[in-house]
Ligand binder design. Structure first.
Ligand SMILES: [Fe+2]
Length: 337
């Protein structure tokens, strides 16, 4: 989810633009929430002395970078979902980054072969299932969500949300368009209500008895457990990690890219390398309940308690390319209607 526009952060960045004499700094444009980034930027500044200025955006990153052109103060862009990273790259707003450290820390599946985008953490899109009304082993695959046994039992957010578009893209990758269209129709006919709300709202609906299972990203379990009201919702469900019949669990990434116009290129590279270090990966994974990607790093104990899974090994760039096809299918079956 996107954070609201932060006036304070923007003011700080505007101040930085007006004072170019301060060399040791790096500027981020971020779709990630401030509370997720702050522990990381603090640790980076502590280690390197480089000041980090963050502009938190809730939309329009591509348009803003385009409008600013060569004069953009942004060095790095932070976002979640491969489709959003791919959008910035495809708009020609990034530059390739070569780094032995990044290559060593980021598995091949999670970075652009040309170095334009780099993954920092992963999250799986899984099933939240009622502890009371869903038996062990009742759902094991994504394909199974179209089975009539789920009639009136599934809740989800809009089919056109990037999280669901990526999942549908993966289904097309594994089974082709015809199969995926039939699958989408099957899932739609199993919905307990029209798609609405965010991933957490679906868990609330399970808690309230409106449906038995929902689709959601893993880290929302951690987020709900930290919230007094939402903890009850989280306590009513358990996570199930489905797989594709011919693959693994669907994962996506949070990631970073260096802008084409980056005025502080060296500091930006230092920040990217820092973010993939075991130290930063641990901070990141604890702050946002995602899965770290660097070799030798482990998820937070709470995250590990939800279960283990094998991630689908589909190249994320392949999913980004299927996004238009996925959106078209979702609209063809009128998934949200
Ligand atoms: Fe999210």
């Amino acid at each position: 989810m996107f954070a609201p526009f932060r006036t304070i952060a923007i003011t700080a960045l505007a101040g930085a633009i007006a004072a170019p004499a301060i060399a040791e700094e790096v500027n981020l444009y971020s779709y990630r929430q401030p509370e997720l980034l702050k522990p990381l930027t603090d640790a980076f500044t502590e280690e390197t002395g480089i000041r980090v200025n963050v502009a938190h955006l809730d939309k329009g990153m591509v348009e803003r970078l385009q409008a600013e052109g060569d004069r953009s103060p942004a060095d790095l862009v932070f976002t979640v979902d491969i489709s959003r990273l791919a959008a910035v790259v495809e708009a020609g707003l990034t530059q390739p980054v070569e780094s032995e450290t990044l290559l060593a820390n980021v598995p091949d599946a999670y970075h652009d072969p040309d170095g334009h985008w780099w993954g920092l953490t992963t999250r799986a899109r899984v099933v939240y299932a009622s502890k009371d009304r869903v038996a062990d082993g009742e759902v094991t695959t994504y394909e199974d969500l179209a089975d009539p046994k789920w009639q009136g039992r599934i809740c989800t957010r809009s089919g056109t949300h990037p999280y669901n578009v990526a999942l549908v893209s993966a289904m097309i990758h594994h089974h082709g368009e015809d199969y995926t269209k039939t699958w989408l129709e099957g899932v739609k006919s199993n919905l307990a209500r029209k798609p609405q709300g965010n991933d957490r709202a679906q868990v609330k609906a399970i808690w309230a008895g409106e449906c038995d299972i929902s689709l959601g990203n893993t880290y929302y379990m951690g987020a709900m457990l930290q919230d007094d009201e939402q903890k009850e919702w989280a306590d009513s469900v358990r996570l199930i990690f489905p797989v594709f019949e011919n693959g693994g669990a669907h994962v996506n990434i949070s990631g970073v890219a260096m802008t084409k116009a980056a005025p502080n290129r060296e500091n930006a590279l230092k920040m990217m390398e820092f973010l993939t270090s075991p130290k930063a990966q641990k901070i990141y994974a604890q702050a946002n309940f995602e899965y770290p990607i660097a070799p030798g790093t482990e998820a937070d104990a709470l995250v590990k308690s939800w279960g283990s899974f094998t991630a689908d090994d589909t190249n994320l760039m392949d999913l980004a390319k299927l996004r238009p096809d996925a959106l078209k299918l979702i609209e063809t079956v009128d998934f949200d209607g």
